[in-house]
Write a protein that binds this ligand. Structure first.
Ligand SMILES: Nc1ncnc2c1ncn2[C@@H]1O[C@H](COP(=O)(O)OP(=O)(O)OP(=O)(O)O)[C@@H](O)[C@H]1O
Ligand SMILES: [Mg+2]
Length: 403
Protein backbone atom coordinates (compact mmCIF):
# COMPACT_ATOMS: atom_id res chain seq x y z
CA UNK A 1 0.00 0.00 0.00
CA UNK A 2 1.91 3.06 -1.23
CA UNK A 3 -0.32 5.88 0.08
CA UNK A 4 -0.09 7.00 3.67
CA UNK A 5 -2.77 5.63 5.96
CA UNK A 6 -4.72 8.46 7.60
CA UNK A 7 -5.41 7.41 11.13
CA UNK A 8 -6.88 8.95 14.26
CA UNK A 9 -5.85 7.73 17.70
CA UNK A 10 -8.37 7.89 20.52
CA UNK A 11 -6.55 7.69 23.84
CA UNK A 12 -8.43 6.41 26.87
CA UNK A 13 -7.75 7.76 30.35
CA UNK A 14 -4.79 6.17 32.07
CA UNK A 15 -2.67 6.16 28.92
CA UNK A 16 -0.01 8.76 28.19
CA UNK A 17 -0.93 10.20 24.79
CA UNK A 18 2.64 11.43 24.21
CA UNK A 19 4.10 7.96 24.46
CA UNK A 20 1.40 6.64 22.08
CA UNK A 21 2.13 9.48 19.68
CA UNK A 22 5.86 8.83 19.72
CA UNK A 23 5.33 5.06 19.27
CA UNK A 24 3.06 5.63 16.27
CA UNK A 25 5.09 8.50 14.78
CA UNK A 26 7.78 5.98 13.87
CA UNK A 27 5.36 3.77 11.95
CA UNK A 28 6.25 4.12 8.26
CA UNK A 29 3.43 5.38 6.05
CA UNK A 30 1.06 6.26 8.86
CA UNK A 31 -0.24 9.84 8.86
CA UNK A 32 -1.75 10.75 12.19
CA UNK A 33 -4.67 13.13 11.78
CA UNK A 34 -4.85 13.41 15.56
CA UNK A 35 -3.91 11.80 18.85
CA UNK A 36 -6.73 12.81 21.14
CA UNK A 37 -6.84 12.38 24.90
CA UNK A 38 -10.19 11.27 26.26
CA UNK A 39 -12.78 9.25 24.38
CA UNK A 40 -15.49 11.93 24.41
CA UNK A 41 -13.16 14.43 22.79
CA UNK A 42 -12.00 11.71 20.41
CA UNK A 43 -15.59 11.04 19.34
CA UNK A 44 -16.03 14.67 18.37
CA UNK A 45 -12.76 14.68 16.41
CA UNK A 46 -13.76 11.43 14.73
CA UNK A 47 -16.91 13.09 13.37
CA UNK A 48 -14.91 16.06 12.07
CA UNK A 49 -11.91 14.27 10.57
CA UNK A 50 -13.40 11.01 9.23
CA UNK A 51 -10.07 9.08 9.12
CA UNK A 52 -9.74 5.87 7.15
CA UNK A 53 -8.49 4.06 10.23
CA UNK A 54 -9.35 4.44 13.88
CA UNK A 55 -6.90 3.41 16.60
CA UNK A 56 -7.88 3.15 20.23
CA UNK A 57 -5.24 3.12 22.95
CA UNK A 58 -6.15 1.88 26.41
CA UNK A 59 -4.29 0.75 29.50
CA UNK A 60 -6.12 -2.50 30.13
CA UNK A 61 -9.71 -3.63 30.49
CA UNK A 62 -11.89 -0.62 29.67
CA UNK A 63 -15.66 -0.71 29.27
CA UNK A 64 -15.47 2.88 27.99
CA UNK A 65 -13.12 1.79 25.21
CA UNK A 66 -15.36 -1.18 24.32
CA UNK A 67 -18.39 1.10 24.08
CA UNK A 68 -16.41 3.58 22.00
CA UNK A 69 -15.25 0.86 19.56
CA UNK A 70 -18.75 -0.57 19.31
CA UNK A 71 -20.23 2.87 18.53
CA UNK A 72 -17.52 3.67 15.98
CA UNK A 73 -17.97 0.34 14.19
CA UNK A 74 -21.75 0.78 14.13
CA UNK A 75 -21.39 4.28 12.77
CA UNK A 76 -18.99 3.31 10.00
CA UNK A 77 -18.67 -0.48 9.64
CA UNK A 78 -16.15 -0.25 6.79
CA UNK A 79 -13.59 1.76 8.78
CA UNK A 80 -11.23 -0.62 10.61
CA UNK A 81 -10.51 -0.18 14.29
CA UNK A 82 -7.19 -1.35 15.73
CA UNK A 83 -6.75 -1.44 19.48
CA UNK A 84 -3.48 -0.86 21.31
CA UNK A 85 -3.14 -1.72 24.96
CA UNK A 86 -0.34 -1.64 27.40
CA UNK A 87 -1.78 -4.73 29.10
CA UNK A 88 -4.63 -7.14 28.44
CA UNK A 89 -6.43 -8.72 31.37
CA UNK A 90 -8.30 -11.97 30.82
CA UNK A 91 -11.25 -11.70 28.52
CA UNK A 92 -10.46 -8.21 27.22
CA UNK A 93 -9.18 -9.28 23.79
CA UNK A 94 -12.33 -11.30 23.23
CA UNK A 95 -14.51 -8.32 24.13
CA UNK A 96 -12.43 -6.08 21.86
CA UNK A 97 -13.02 -8.38 18.87
CA UNK A 98 -16.68 -8.81 19.79
CA UNK A 99 -17.03 -5.03 19.73
CA UNK A 100 -15.96 -5.15 16.09
CA UNK A 101 -12.25 -4.25 16.25
CA UNK A 102 -10.07 -5.64 13.49
CA UNK A 103 -6.88 -6.23 15.45
CA UNK A 104 -5.35 -5.97 18.89
CA UNK A 105 -1.72 -5.10 19.58
CA UNK A 106 0.21 -4.81 22.78
CA UNK A 107 2.53 -1.82 23.13
CA UNK A 108 5.46 -1.47 22.86
CA UNK A 109 5.62 -3.06 19.43
CA UNK A 110 8.02 -2.87 16.51
CA UNK A 111 6.97 0.04 14.15
CA UNK A 112 7.15 -2.18 11.04
CA UNK A 113 4.89 -4.75 12.65
CA UNK A 114 2.42 -2.01 13.60
CA UNK A 115 2.40 -0.76 10.02
CA UNK A 116 1.86 -4.34 8.79
CA UNK A 117 -1.04 -4.83 11.22
CA UNK A 118 -2.65 -1.53 10.14
CA UNK A 119 -2.36 -2.37 6.44
CA UNK A 120 -3.78 -5.82 7.10
CA UNK A 121 -6.69 -4.33 9.03
CA UNK A 122 -7.53 -1.97 6.18
CA UNK A 123 -7.16 -4.65 3.50
CA UNK A 124 -9.24 -7.11 5.47
CA UNK A 125 -11.98 -4.60 6.18
CA UNK A 126 -12.13 -3.56 2.54
CA UNK A 127 -12.28 -7.20 1.45
CA UNK A 128 -14.88 -7.90 4.10
CA UNK A 129 -16.99 -4.99 2.93
CA UNK A 130 -16.98 -6.39 -0.58
CA UNK A 131 -17.94 -9.78 0.78
CA UNK A 132 -21.00 -8.32 2.51
CA UNK A 133 -19.57 -7.19 5.79
CA UNK A 134 -17.92 -10.22 7.33
CA UNK A 135 -16.19 -9.32 10.57
CA UNK A 136 -15.43 -12.59 12.27
CA UNK A 137 -15.07 -15.96 10.58
CA UNK A 138 -17.55 -18.72 11.36
CA UNK A 139 -16.47 -21.20 14.00
CA UNK A 140 -17.64 -24.79 13.69
CA UNK A 141 -17.51 -26.95 16.78
CA UNK A 142 -17.36 -30.68 15.94
CA UNK A 143 -19.15 -32.55 18.72
CA UNK A 144 -20.02 -36.13 19.51
CA UNK A 145 -21.22 -36.84 22.99
CA UNK A 146 -19.47 -40.24 23.06
CA UNK A 147 -15.89 -41.26 22.34
CA UNK A 148 -14.88 -42.79 19.05
CA UNK A 149 -17.79 -41.59 16.91
CA UNK A 150 -15.49 -39.97 14.33
CA UNK A 151 -15.08 -36.37 15.55
CA UNK A 152 -11.37 -36.23 14.75
CA UNK A 153 -11.98 -37.92 11.41
CA UNK A 154 -14.64 -35.31 10.57
CA UNK A 155 -12.79 -32.24 11.83
CA UNK A 156 -9.48 -33.06 10.12
CA UNK A 157 -11.16 -33.91 6.80
CA UNK A 158 -13.42 -30.87 7.01
CA UNK A 159 -10.45 -28.54 7.58
CA UNK A 160 -8.45 -30.06 4.75
CA UNK A 161 -11.45 -30.05 2.38
CA UNK A 162 -12.04 -26.35 3.14
CA UNK A 163 -8.35 -25.58 2.50
CA UNK A 164 -8.37 -27.62 -0.72
CA UNK A 165 -11.36 -25.55 -1.87
CA UNK A 166 -9.31 -22.37 -1.43
CA UNK A 167 -10.29 -21.45 2.13
CA UNK A 168 -8.02 -20.43 4.99
CA UNK A 169 -9.25 -22.60 7.84
CA UNK A 170 -7.70 -23.02 11.26
CA UNK A 171 -8.29 -26.29 13.10
CA UNK A 172 -8.05 -26.36 16.91
CA UNK A 173 -7.49 -29.65 18.74
CA UNK A 174 -9.49 -29.13 21.91
CA UNK A 175 -8.99 -32.72 23.09
CA UNK A 176 -6.46 -31.30 25.53
CA UNK A 177 -5.53 -34.62 27.15
CA UNK A 178 -5.59 -37.09 24.28
CA UNK A 179 -5.70 -34.96 21.15
CA UNK A 180 -4.65 -36.80 18.03
CA UNK A 181 -5.23 -34.25 15.27
CA UNK A 182 -1.44 -34.00 14.79
CA UNK A 183 -1.19 -37.75 14.21
CA UNK A 184 -4.20 -37.81 11.87
CA UNK A 185 -2.62 -35.04 9.78
CA UNK A 186 0.96 -36.27 9.99
CA UNK A 187 2.15 -33.10 11.75
CA UNK A 188 5.03 -33.06 14.23
CA UNK A 189 3.99 -31.20 17.38
CA UNK A 190 6.76 -28.59 17.36
CA UNK A 191 4.39 -26.10 19.01
CA UNK A 192 1.15 -26.78 20.81
CA UNK A 193 -1.49 -24.85 22.71
CA UNK A 194 0.45 -25.74 25.86
CA UNK A 195 3.44 -23.71 24.61
CA UNK A 196 1.05 -20.86 23.88
CA UNK A 197 -0.42 -21.07 27.39
CA UNK A 198 3.07 -21.04 28.92
CA UNK A 199 4.35 -18.17 26.81
CA UNK A 200 4.84 -14.73 28.28
CA UNK A 201 3.05 -11.62 27.06
CA UNK A 202 -0.41 -11.03 25.78
CA UNK A 203 -2.24 -12.65 22.92
CA UNK A 204 -2.63 -11.04 19.52
CA UNK A 205 -2.93 -12.29 15.97
CA UNK A 206 0.81 -12.20 15.23
CA UNK A 207 1.67 -14.10 18.36
CA UNK A 208 -1.06 -16.70 17.89
CA UNK A 209 -0.01 -17.27 14.28
CA UNK A 210 3.43 -18.30 15.52
CA UNK A 211 1.85 -21.22 17.41
CA UNK A 212 -0.12 -22.57 14.46
CA UNK A 213 1.36 -25.53 12.60
CA UNK A 214 1.01 -25.50 8.85
CA UNK A 215 -0.47 -28.47 6.98
CA UNK A 216 0.43 -29.06 3.34
CA UNK A 217 -3.20 -28.41 2.34
CA UNK A 218 -2.89 -24.82 3.61
CA UNK A 219 -4.90 -25.45 6.79
CA UNK A 220 -3.31 -24.13 9.98
CA UNK A 221 -3.53 -26.19 13.14
CA UNK A 222 -3.41 -25.35 16.84
CA UNK A 223 -2.33 -28.68 18.29
CA UNK A 224 -3.31 -30.14 21.65
CA UNK A 225 -0.65 -30.59 24.36
CA UNK A 226 1.52 -33.65 23.83
CA UNK A 227 0.97 -34.98 27.37
CA UNK A 228 -2.25 -35.21 29.43
CA UNK A 229 -0.67 -33.49 32.45
CA UNK A 230 -0.14 -30.33 30.36
CA UNK A 231 -3.88 -29.92 29.74
CA UNK A 232 -4.53 -28.01 32.98
CA UNK A 233 -2.26 -25.15 31.83
CA UNK A 234 -4.86 -24.28 29.19
CA UNK A 235 -7.55 -22.23 30.88
CA UNK A 236 -11.06 -21.53 29.63
CA UNK A 237 -10.26 -17.78 29.63
CA UNK A 238 -7.29 -18.35 27.35
CA UNK A 239 -9.45 -20.50 25.07
CA UNK A 240 -12.09 -17.80 24.73
CA UNK A 241 -9.40 -15.30 23.69
CA UNK A 242 -7.86 -17.82 21.32
CA UNK A 243 -11.22 -18.49 19.64
CA UNK A 244 -12.01 -14.80 19.06
CA UNK A 245 -8.49 -14.07 17.83
CA UNK A 246 -8.56 -17.02 15.43
CA UNK A 247 -11.93 -15.89 14.07
CA UNK A 248 -10.34 -12.55 13.24
CA UNK A 249 -7.38 -14.11 11.38
CA UNK A 250 -8.91 -16.90 9.28
CA UNK A 251 -11.99 -17.54 7.20
CA UNK A 252 -13.18 -20.49 9.28
CA UNK A 253 -12.29 -22.05 12.61
CA UNK A 254 -12.96 -25.75 13.16
CA UNK A 255 -12.74 -27.20 16.65
CA UNK A 256 -12.21 -30.90 17.31
CA UNK A 257 -13.51 -31.77 20.77
CA UNK A 258 -13.12 -34.55 23.34
CA UNK A 259 -16.20 -36.61 24.20
CA UNK A 260 -18.68 -35.01 26.61
CA UNK A 261 -19.60 -31.49 27.63
CA UNK A 262 -16.39 -30.58 29.48
CA UNK A 263 -15.80 -26.92 30.53
CA UNK A 264 -13.60 -26.30 27.48
CA UNK A 265 -16.20 -27.83 25.17
CA UNK A 266 -18.87 -25.60 26.71
CA UNK A 267 -16.59 -22.58 26.16
CA UNK A 268 -16.18 -23.63 22.52
CA UNK A 269 -19.95 -24.00 22.09
CA UNK A 270 -20.42 -20.54 23.63
CA UNK A 271 -17.95 -19.04 21.15
CA UNK A 272 -18.98 -20.94 18.03
CA UNK A 273 -21.46 -20.08 15.32
CA UNK A 274 -22.12 -23.65 14.19
CA UNK A 275 -22.11 -27.15 15.58
CA UNK A 276 -21.38 -30.25 13.55
CA UNK A 277 -22.71 -33.21 15.54
CA UNK A 278 -21.20 -36.61 14.68
CA UNK A 279 -23.11 -39.80 15.46
CA UNK A 280 -22.96 -43.45 14.42
CA UNK A 281 -25.59 -46.00 13.47
CA UNK A 282 -26.24 -47.95 16.62
CA UNK A 283 -28.96 -47.39 19.15
CA UNK A 284 -26.62 -46.20 21.93
CA UNK A 285 -24.87 -43.67 19.71
CA UNK A 286 -28.18 -42.45 18.28
CA UNK A 287 -29.58 -42.01 21.79
CA UNK A 288 -26.51 -39.97 22.69
CA UNK A 289 -26.80 -37.90 19.53
CA UNK A 290 -30.40 -37.12 20.46
CA UNK A 291 -29.27 -36.22 23.98
CA UNK A 292 -26.58 -34.01 22.50
CA UNK A 293 -29.16 -32.16 20.39
CA UNK A 294 -31.39 -31.70 23.43
CA UNK A 295 -28.47 -30.41 25.51
CA UNK A 296 -27.57 -27.88 22.80
CA UNK A 297 -31.19 -26.77 22.74
CA UNK A 298 -31.15 -26.33 26.52
CA UNK A 299 -28.02 -24.20 26.10
CA UNK A 300 -30.05 -22.00 23.76
CA UNK A 301 -28.11 -23.02 20.63
CA UNK A 302 -29.97 -22.27 17.41
CA UNK A 303 -30.96 -25.68 15.95
CA UNK A 304 -30.69 -24.34 12.40
CA UNK A 305 -26.96 -23.90 13.08
CA UNK A 306 -26.47 -27.58 13.83
CA UNK A 307 -25.51 -30.01 11.09
CA UNK A 308 -25.71 -33.73 11.64
CA UNK A 309 -23.13 -36.18 10.29
CA UNK A 310 -23.88 -39.89 10.43
CA UNK A 311 -20.62 -41.81 10.46
CA UNK A 312 -20.37 -45.48 9.43
CA UNK A 313 -23.76 -44.83 7.91
CA UNK A 314 -23.83 -48.08 5.94
CA UNK A 315 -23.33 -50.31 8.98
CA UNK A 316 -25.95 -53.07 8.87
CA UNK A 317 -27.31 -53.34 12.38
CA UNK A 318 -31.01 -53.52 11.56
CA UNK A 319 -31.52 -49.73 11.79
CA UNK A 320 -32.84 -48.05 8.62
CA UNK A 321 -32.37 -44.39 7.69
CA UNK A 322 -36.05 -43.83 8.58
CA UNK A 323 -35.35 -45.29 12.04
CA UNK A 324 -32.39 -42.91 12.36
CA UNK A 325 -34.59 -39.90 11.50
CA UNK A 326 -37.22 -41.05 13.98
CA UNK A 327 -34.79 -41.69 16.84
CA UNK A 328 -32.89 -38.43 16.43
CA UNK A 329 -35.92 -36.40 15.44
CA UNK A 330 -34.34 -35.03 12.25
CA UNK A 331 -32.45 -36.25 9.21
CA UNK A 332 -28.65 -36.13 9.05
CA UNK A 333 -27.22 -33.91 6.31
CA UNK A 334 -24.10 -35.98 5.61
CA UNK A 335 -23.49 -39.73 5.59
CA UNK A 336 -19.97 -41.16 5.89
CA UNK A 337 -19.65 -44.83 4.99
CA UNK A 338 -17.44 -47.32 6.81
CA UNK A 339 -14.29 -47.60 4.79
CA UNK A 340 -11.20 -49.60 5.65
CA UNK A 341 -9.14 -46.96 3.88
CA UNK A 342 -10.08 -44.59 6.73
CA UNK A 343 -7.96 -46.28 9.44
CA UNK A 344 -5.24 -46.70 6.82
CA UNK A 345 -5.37 -42.97 5.99
CA UNK A 346 -5.22 -42.12 9.71
CA UNK A 347 -2.18 -44.37 10.14
CA UNK A 348 -0.55 -42.70 7.13
CA UNK A 349 -1.33 -39.24 8.54
CA UNK A 350 -3.10 -38.26 5.32
CA UNK A 351 -6.83 -37.45 5.61
CA UNK A 352 -9.09 -39.62 3.44
CA UNK A 353 -10.23 -36.55 1.50
CA UNK A 354 -6.65 -36.39 0.11
CA UNK A 355 -5.70 -40.05 0.51
CA UNK A 356 -8.64 -41.44 -1.49
CA UNK A 357 -10.00 -38.37 -3.20
CA UNK A 358 -12.56 -40.27 -5.26
CA UNK A 359 -13.88 -42.41 -2.42
CA UNK A 360 -17.43 -42.08 -1.16
CA UNK A 361 -16.03 -40.79 2.15
CA UNK A 362 -13.94 -38.19 0.31
CA UNK A 363 -17.02 -36.97 -1.55
CA UNK A 364 -19.03 -36.84 1.68
CA UNK A 365 -16.40 -34.64 3.33
CA UNK A 366 -16.32 -32.28 0.37
CA UNK A 367 -20.12 -32.07 0.60
CA UNK A 368 -19.77 -31.25 4.31
CA UNK A 369 -17.24 -28.51 3.49
CA UNK A 370 -19.69 -27.04 0.97
CA UNK A 371 -22.29 -26.69 3.73
CA UNK A 372 -19.87 -24.27 5.35
CA UNK A 373 -18.55 -22.43 2.36
CA UNK A 374 -20.01 -19.75 0.18
CA UNK A 375 -19.08 -21.47 -3.02
CA UNK A 376 -21.81 -23.14 -4.96
CA UNK A 377 -20.34 -26.05 -6.87
CA UNK A 378 -20.70 -25.61 -10.62
CA UNK A 379 -21.37 -29.30 -11.17
CA UNK A 380 -22.46 -31.02 -7.98
CA UNK A 381 -20.63 -34.28 -7.34
CA UNK A 382 -22.77 -37.37 -6.85
CA UNK A 383 -22.71 -37.87 -3.12
CA UNK A 384 -24.54 -39.45 -0.32
CA UNK A 385 -25.86 -36.17 1.03
CA UNK A 386 -29.34 -36.62 2.40
CA UNK A 387 -32.12 -35.44 0.13
CA UNK A 388 -33.45 -33.85 3.29
CA UNK A 389 -30.25 -31.84 3.58
CA UNK A 390 -31.85 -28.93 1.80
CA UNK A 391 -34.91 -28.82 4.04
CA UNK A 392 -35.69 -25.85 6.21
CA UNK A 393 -33.26 -25.79 9.08
CA UNK A 394 -30.36 -27.35 7.22
CA UNK A 395 -27.20 -25.27 7.55
CA UNK A 396 -26.20 -23.44 4.39
CA UNK A 397 -23.89 -20.73 3.14
CA UNK A 398 -22.34 -19.93 6.44
CA UNK A 399 -19.65 -17.46 5.49
CA UNK A 400 -21.72 -14.42 4.76
CA UNK A 401 -22.82 -13.06 8.05
CA UNK A 402 -21.52 -10.69 10.55
CA UNK A 403 -21.31 -12.14 13.97
N1 LIG B 1 -16.23 -44.28 8.67
C1 LIG B 1 -15.24 -44.98 9.22
N2 LIG B 1 -14.75 -46.09 8.60
C2 LIG B 1 -13.72 -46.80 9.16
N3 LIG B 1 -13.13 -46.49 10.32
C3 LIG B 1 -13.58 -45.41 10.97
C4 LIG B 1 -14.64 -44.59 10.47
N4 LIG B 1 -14.86 -43.59 11.33
C5 LIG B 1 -13.98 -43.74 12.33
N5 LIG B 1 -13.21 -44.85 12.14
C6 LIG B 1 -12.15 -45.37 13.02
O1 LIG B 1 -12.56 -45.10 14.35
C7 LIG B 1 -11.49 -44.50 15.07
C8 LIG B 1 -12.07 -43.38 15.92
O2 LIG B 1 -12.35 -42.26 15.08
P1 LIG B 1 -12.04 -40.79 15.60
O3 LIG B 1 -10.71 -40.76 16.25
O4 LIG B 1 -12.31 -39.86 14.52
O5 LIG B 1 -13.17 -40.69 16.71
P2 LIG B 1 -13.34 -39.55 17.83
O6 LIG B 1 -14.78 -39.31 17.97
O7 LIG B 1 -12.46 -38.42 17.53
O8 LIG B 1 -12.77 -40.34 19.09
P3 LIG B 1 -12.44 -39.67 20.53
O9 LIG B 1 -13.75 -39.40 21.18
O10 LIG B 1 -11.65 -40.74 21.22
O11 LIG B 1 -11.66 -38.43 20.26
C9 LIG B 1 -10.47 -44.03 14.06
O12 LIG B 1 -9.20 -44.44 14.45
C10 LIG B 1 -10.85 -44.66 12.77
O13 LIG B 1 -9.90 -45.64 12.43
MG1 LIG C 1 -10.98 -37.47 18.65
Amino acid sequence: MADAIKGLVAVDTGVDSHSVQSALAQVPGLELVGVISGLEESWRTLQETRPELLMVACAGYSDRALYFIDSAVKQEPERPVVVFATGSPNGFIRRVFESGAEDFLTLPEDPDRIRFALEKAIARRLGAAVASGIALAPMICVLGPKGGTGKTLVSTNLAVALAAAGGKPVLVDLDLQFGDVGLALGIRPDKTIYDLARSAGTLDTEKLDAYLMKHSSGARILLAPTRPDQASAVTVDLLRDVFSTLRAMSDSVIVDTPPGFTPEVIAAIDSCTDVCLVGMVDSLSLKNTKLGLETLELMGFDPTRISLVLNRADTRVGITREDVDLIIGRAPEIFIPSDRQIPISINDGVPIVLHEERSEAGRAFRALARLYSDETPTAPEPTNVSPNGSKKGAPKRRFAWRS
